[in-house]
Design a protein around this ligand. Structure first.
Ligand code: ZN
Length: 291
């Protein structure tokens, strides 16, 4: 069965539903037996000092404003801090599980906009750069299919030689290119799924050429046509096709893959099924269970 990292500590009340969403998704996965949930416990905060400015990490751990809330979650609380620490632990455990089993997930989001100096745009710590840091002998390829460009990951890829950022997006969000950062914008009004599919194939070509040991798939749902950030043409069925395509290619080329939820800003009742679909697609490809 598909293993997915999750802990009840992931839950936190914020002014958005983005942390409550994690619990809502986990509940459906458990009910529908779509994943075996594994508790990652909590990350040793000392590890975070190795990927972010120590002044920022210290401020976040103690709740000292303005740095602690620079990612946009204005109501810092001990509950929120514990959620973030547990989610980051999930990134590392899920990576180990993917390397062992070929596929895994962390029921998490909020990584790719965080830069070295501070959190940014609802991303507190860059849990993608964290993986590259903690698995220094593995080449970590980020296939970022969130609607927003992964500007924070792009920044880290400048200096981390085992980190590659491949971002397919409708909204650039300042995501830059470099030797290990490739961007594929797909227009949010005039784009189409053929262009998006081509970009995914191209992403895999880059991953293969670069000899990636692991793909981290940011399975963002904020591209959906009903999302306030979404692309007009991107339907629920296409998003499911996207997920199937990514998993089929990873399996075909025998590259372990770990996925996270990433963005999605609709009401929970419409958003949760979209994220659950990614788990259905993973089950369909890896465990031959049709949804
Ligand atoms: Zn996003």
């Amino acid at each position: 069965m598909l293993k997915a990292c999750y802990s009840s500590r992931y839950y936190a009340i914020t002014h958005t539903n983005s942390m409550e969403k994690l619990t809502a998704v986990a509940e459906v996965l458990e009910q529908d037996q779509l994943a075996d949930l594994v508790d990652p416990e909590s990350i040793d905060p000392r590890i975070l000092y190795s990927i972010h400015d120590p002044a920022y990490v210290r401020a976040f751990l103690t709740g000292k404003r303005p740095l602690a809330t620079m990612q946009g979650f204005k109501n810092w609380s001990p509950q929120f801090r514990e959620a973030i620490l547990s989610i980051q632990a999930g990134q590392l455990l899920a990576t180990s599980l993917a390397l062992k089993n070929g596929i895994s997930a962390n029921i998490a989001q909020g990584f790719h906009h965080a830069v070295y100096a501070h959190g940014n745009a609802y991303c507190t710590f860059n849990g993608l750069a964290l993986i590259a840091k903690q698995f220094p002998h593995k080449k970590i390829f980020i296939l970022d299919c969130d609607q927003h460009g992964g500007n924070g990951t792009a920044e880290y890829s400048l200096t981390m030689k085992n980190l590659y950022n491949f971002s397919i997006y409708g909204l650039a969000f300042g995501c830059t290119t470099n030797e290990r950062s490739t961007t594929r914008p797909i227009h949010n009004q005039k784009g189409n799924f053929d262009q998006y599919s081509e970009a995914i194939v191209e992403g895999f070509e880059h991953a293969i050429d670069w000899q990636a040991d692991l793909i981290i798939y940011q399975a963002g749902m904020d591209c959906h046509q009903n999302d306030r950030c979404g692309s007009k043409w991107f339907t629920t069925e296409m998003l499911y096709e996207r997920d199937l395509m990514v998993f089929k290619l990873a399996k075909k080329y025998n590259i372990p893959i770990m996925f996270v939820l990433a963005g999605g800003y609709q009401k929970l009742e419409t958003l949760v099924p979209l994220h659950v679909n990614t788990f259905k697609a993973a089950n369909e490809v890896y465990f031959n269970t049709l949804s």
